[in-house]
Design a protein around this ligand. Structure first.
Ligand code: OGA
Ligand code: ZN
Length: 366
């Protein structure tokens, strides 16, 4: 890709294709001190008030910069690199390739907590790891005073729900969710009934004295790729039918309709939802339902199979941060009389991790 100029016009060339850049687009990017606030990098002018007949009066193109004077008298010097960056207009985290994994995943790097973790290079590496694998584990995270909230707020902002800012996962009387028992939890995604679904879950182990109570994780990306390849009809129907997910609590009824495998506008993986205690397929044709039930059974088999699941025990101080749109999580059952098992959980959204990652990338010039 490169920038060229001819007859007071600016062009960008990409793979042999040359196109003119709209002069208005360049005018909007005028970046002198009186046009853009240095601290916030926000515009000090309203671009909707620029006259539509804007044209270029003079141009100077060097290796790294484009200087433009417009017919309304404004002048700007733009870095070529910044112009080219805007061509693809894609989110930087999209360039971090997902690494598909299954039960053979052995070594995963852990990141140790320290006070300056959130501003340092280790956090950048941890976040890249998170985007590659869909999860990351932090060690030795302080366990007193609901530290998970501080932790989450140091990456971004806690996503509060009707469960509160955070929730205590322990077996308790009159539970409103099976998570608060000592029963095993099959692989699931959290809160598919919310709109939007919380993007990222954190689970922080405070105590884990029981035998059992192991954590399980499954890569929904790997499993859905497998389904797509081996059972295309099943994949197809699970990406098409919007299922109702519901959660009924004392003072709230939460419902949302969505596909079990949700694709983005280019047909690529976006999100999985799976929680067979909470899903209700609409009343559709019997033949379609027939296919749907076979498909759900198959994906459930794959999610639950030992081929895709990793199992590990969280120790006090371990904090597991996982992508709730990509991974399924669960736990094995435990004997509540044997001792204490206490985890604390909370959610954050993608703007938190993306915002932090981009900030650190710029800070360290990665
Ligand atoms: C949850 C959950 C797992 C565990 O609370 O959402 O899945 O290990 N807990 O208790
Ligand atoms: Zn859960």
């Amino acid at each position: 890709m490169k920038i060229e100029q001819k007859d007071k016009k600016v062009f960008f060339e990409n793979q042999g294709l040359k196109k003119e850049i709209h002069p208005f687009w360049l005018r909007e990017r005028v970046n002198g001190e009186s046009f853009v606030d240095k601290k916030t990098q926000q515009r000090l002018f309203d671009p909707t008030e620029i006259k539509e007949s804007i044209e270029i009066d003079s141009l100077n193109l060097s290796n790294n910069f484009l200087e433009v004077t417009f017919n309304d008298g404004t002048y700007t010097k733009l870095a070529i690199e910044n112009i080219l960056k805007e061509f693809s207009n894609t989110n930087e985290v999209k360039y971090i390739d997902k690494i598909e994994w299954d039960s053979s995943l052995r070594i995963f790097k852990n990141f140790e907590f320290r006070d300056d973790l959130f501003e340092g290079k280790e956090m950048y590496k941890a976040l890249v790891n998170f985007y590659q694998y869909g999860f990351v584990i932090f060690k030795k995270v302080p366990t007193k005073n609901n530290f998970i909230v501080k932790f989450a707020n140091s990456i971004g902002s806690v996503r509060r729900t009707n469960f509160g800012e955070f929730f205590n996962v322990k077996s308790k009387p009159n539970p409103n969710d099976l998570a608060y028992t000592s029963l095993s939890l099959a692989p699931h995604t959290d809160n598919p009934y919310r709109n939007p679904v919380p993007c990222i879950q954190m689970l922080h182990c405070i105590e884990n004295e029981v035998t059992g109570g192991l954590s399980t994780l499954v890569d929904g990306f790997t499993v859905t790729q497998k389904l797509k390849k081996d059972f295309p009809d099943f994949y197809e129907i699970l990406t098409k039918i919007k299922v109702r997910f519901q959660f009924i609590d004392q003072k709230v009824v939460l419902e949302d309709w969505a596909e079990m495998i949700q694709l983005d506008e280019s047909g690529n993986f976006k999100q999985v939802r799976f929680s067979p205690r909470l899903d209700f397929v609409p009343l559709i044709d019997k033949e379609k339902l027939d296919l749907y039930y076979h498909a759900r059974k198959k994906i459930s088999e794959l999610y639950n199979s030992n081929e895709y699941k990793i199992k590990f025990k969280l120790s006090p101080g371990d904090l597991l941060m996982m992508d709730n749109y990509r991974l399924l999580h669960g736990r094995t059952s435990y004997e509540a009389n044997e001792g204490k098992r206490f985890l604390q959980g909370c959610y954050i959204d993608y703007d938190s991790t993306e915002g932090k990652l981009k900030f650190l990338k710029r800070k360290f010039n990665f």
